[in-house]
Design a binder for this molecule. Structure first.
Ligand code: COA
Length: 295
């Protein structure tokens, strides 16, 4: 994702971690024009992510990040765009108090780290950048993916989790969050609290008020994952390949990291879109050529 300013100047490191302060490095602190550029980047990424997930509104923006205790991991590519760098994607995490259902159907209160938003620029997907960013976050948080909760993961993301981290199948929940087999086994007792089915002031609502809930109100009648049509869980069959340490995607030759500008980007590509299929065909034929030494 290109911007009309120098990304390398704004984000000195390949990975940046942004929080409420929106400060990416010492250089940007107290520099209003650089802060404004950081806000532009976050807003643009949030818009692109919402579009890719067909959300009616962004769940990530600079103002939201400033008002919530979330962290945003940002990955850039240093060399692209004539040495000015491009933004490859982002991952947003935060702790949420959730009422979850364990395998026995008991309500359990937990406050896990949640994946709240995740986006890699359209033209850079399936080249291993998502894995790189996710691994960086895991290292930084010293966490395993099974110990986290996932806010309404998209089919692409479910496929990603199955492929790279063997996370499948999930334990059905009554809210939009997904936790995987092993969550209740591995998370320490201290982090889980069994809650009675009825509180003195009424029944427990296993719904947590989340950003996604707001933008998905139209789907609340039958909350995912119980809605049968297009159930994302079906797309994560048994394609787990953790032993490949990154699977097939990261071994693909990466393209120049930005041919698509941030503004006026191309139409969103669904996994089934003909455009994506054509890109894939082109990519596999160029891969074949390079395997045969033909460039
Ligand atoms: N269709 C199906 N699966 C896809 C996919 C697509 N278009 N793009 C990525 N994946 C999954 C697959 O498992 C893929 O492995 P494969 O190519 O061998 O099938 C794997 O992710 C590739 O891993 P990697 O290259 O590290 O992931 P990535 O850089 O493409 O990043 C996402 C993964 C999900 C962040 C990225 O695809 C994305 O931004 N998607 C759009 C936004 C989104 O759905 N975000 C999730 C928010 S809940």
């Amino acid at each position: 994702m290109e911007f009309p300013f120098d990304i390398n100047h704004l984000f000195p490191e390949r990975f940046s971690i942004l929080d409420q302060t929106l400060v990416a490095g010492r250089k940007t602190a107290g520099m209003p024009h650089l802060q404004a550029n950081i806000e532009t980047v976050i807003d643009e990424l949030g818009r692109a992510s919402a579009k890719a997930q067909q959300l009616p509104a962004s769940i990530t923006s600079a103002s939201k990040l400033q008002s919530q205790k979330h962290q945003l991991y940002l990955l850039k590519d240093v060399e692209s765009n004539g040495g000015r760098g491009v933004v490859v994607g982002f991952l947003k995490v935060g702790y949420k108090k959730l009422f979850l259902l364990d395998r026995q159907g008991s309500h359990v209160e937990a406050e896990p780290l949640c994946i709240l938003d995740f986006y890699i620029a359209e033209n850079l997907q399936r080249y291993g950048y998502g894995r790189e960013l996710f691994d960086f976050m895991l290292q930084h948080k010293k966490l395993k993916p099974v110990l986290m909760a996932y806010d309404r993961p998209s089919p692409k993301f479910l496929s990603f989790l199955a492929k790279h981290y063997c996370l499948t199948p999930s334990v059905p929940q009554a809210n939009n969050f997904v936790v995987f087999e092993g969550f209740f086994v591995n998370i320490s007792v201290a982090q889980l609290r069994k809650v009675p089915l009825r509180k003195p002031d009424g029944e427990i609502k296993p719904y947590s008020l989340m950003e996604r809930e707001v933008v998905h109100q139209e789907q609340r009648a039958r909350p995912w994952p119980f809605a049968p049509p297009h159930s994302p869980q079906r797309s994560v069959s048994s394609q787990c390949s953790p032993s490949l340490s990154g699977g097939s995607s990261p071994s693909r030759p990466r393209p120049q990291a930005a041919q698509v500008p941030a503004l006026g980007r191309s139409r969103e590509q669904s996994p089934q879109s003909p455009l994506l299929e054509r890109c894939r065909e082109r990519r596999s034929s160029s891969l074949n050529r390079s395997h045969q030494g033909l460039h």
